[in-house]
Design a protein around this ligand. Sequence first.
Ligand SMILES: NC(=O)C1=CN([C@@H]2O[C@H](COP(=O)(O)OP(=O)(O)OC[C@H]3O[C@@H](n4cnc5c(N)ncnc54)[C@H](O)[C@@H]3O)[C@@H](O)[C@H]2O)C=CC1
Ligand SMILES: O=C(O)CCC(=O)C(=O)O
Length: 387
Amino acid sequence: MYKIKLYNNIAQKGLDRFNDRFLVGDDLQEEDAIIVRSANLHDLDYADNLKAIARAGAGVNNIDLETCTQKGIVVFNTPGANSNAVKELVFAGLLLASRDIYHGIEWAKSQSGNENLSKDVEKQKKKYAGNEITGKTLGVIGLGAIGIQVANLALRFGMQVEGYDPYISVDNAWSMSRWVNHVKDEKELFANADYISLHLPLMDSTKNTINKETIALMKDGVKILNFARGGLVNDEDMLEALNSGKVAVYVTDFPSPLLADHPHVIPIPHLGASTDESEENCAIKAADEVMEYLTTGNIINSVNMPNAFAPFTGNYRICVIHENKPKMISQITDKLASEDANIENLLNKSKKEIAYTILDLDQKPSEKSINEIKEIRGVVRVEVYEK
Ligand SMILES: NC(=O)C1=CN([C@@H]2O[C@H](COP(=O)(O)OP(=O)(O)OC[C@H]3O[C@@H](n4cnc5c(N)ncnc54)[C@H](O)[C@@H]3O)[C@@H](O)[C@H]2O)C=CC1
Ligand SMILES: O=C(O)CCC(=O)C(=O)O
């Protein structure tokens, strides 16, 4: 029985995927795998029994990836499963940043009981006038699952679109409209954009992407949307820019105590992926990834290990997570040579400094040979599967 611990509310449709080989709950001990949304797992103890963590979503900055890699814990996410939900909210954000709907609604709600309301509405409305987005320039930073959809949809609203992503994948490049101007230098985007929308991951290298220096390169009155992560924006620098009017509006899905009540901030309580559809998509994908890994060793959509998928051809399977260095495979197969077991299939994949080898055998490997494989220098983890 595999134990799956839940760290957030995970949609039932995802949990329904697990059959009776799995025990799923939020108060389990010695879990084999975790499914999480945004809960912070940096302080987790990452016990030896833990084999996998699936992030039902995109961003994995709530997981200590370095420790997971060192311990051979496979971390998954669910690429693209919530991108439509985020794209739709970004467009709500774009419109909220352009027309003062937010303060207008606030005023209208305060008028309950006002007998002259229809007259006052006509007097008041000039306070909440705005601009149209058609014809304006949107800069999209990060052209992944969400950024591409935002860029393509903005074109349909009649916007000019500039996109920046030094690491854009081939698939995403194919999905991007040819009318999106793919800039090579972020400074060009900062200089041209009336609106800037962030869709890149939060990592050490992207922290404070929006800061005093980058804001200085932007147009006066620029509007910034952050549906990616709070840490991408330096709050103190944003406050200064909002106070001076350099940034006209900041729409953020990550309200911070410093900025939440600023009149030019539209704070949203991390609702980007909060739709039934997206929660179900993410939960189903996360559950499938965990089940596949725990029962076959196949790795699909990992962020810290190489993806590796091989049909389970033998009766037994050995999966080895190891350092990506010469002679590892020969050392592993040597340990099996003394047995009569025939290696029916072998797959080896690598990602940066880590590699993964799947060996399908026709008969059960002995405990002795498994222990010997575990002792090879550079081997991080060994798991054995029975069909
Ligand atoms: N508000 C919400 O509820 C949600 C927020 N997110 C956030 O949005 C981010 C993006 O999500 P997806 O598009 O699904 O991820 P993705 O992985 O498909 O796309 C991220 C893109 O950012 C690019 N990138 C990386 N470093 C960059 C840099 N320095 N400059 C420009 N581009 C860079 C990558 O090459 C990739 O194309 C996630 O990492 C997460 O933090 C994602 C889903 C929901
Ligand atoms: O699960 C959620 O609601 C958050 C989604 C998110 O931020 C992500 O997928 O990166």
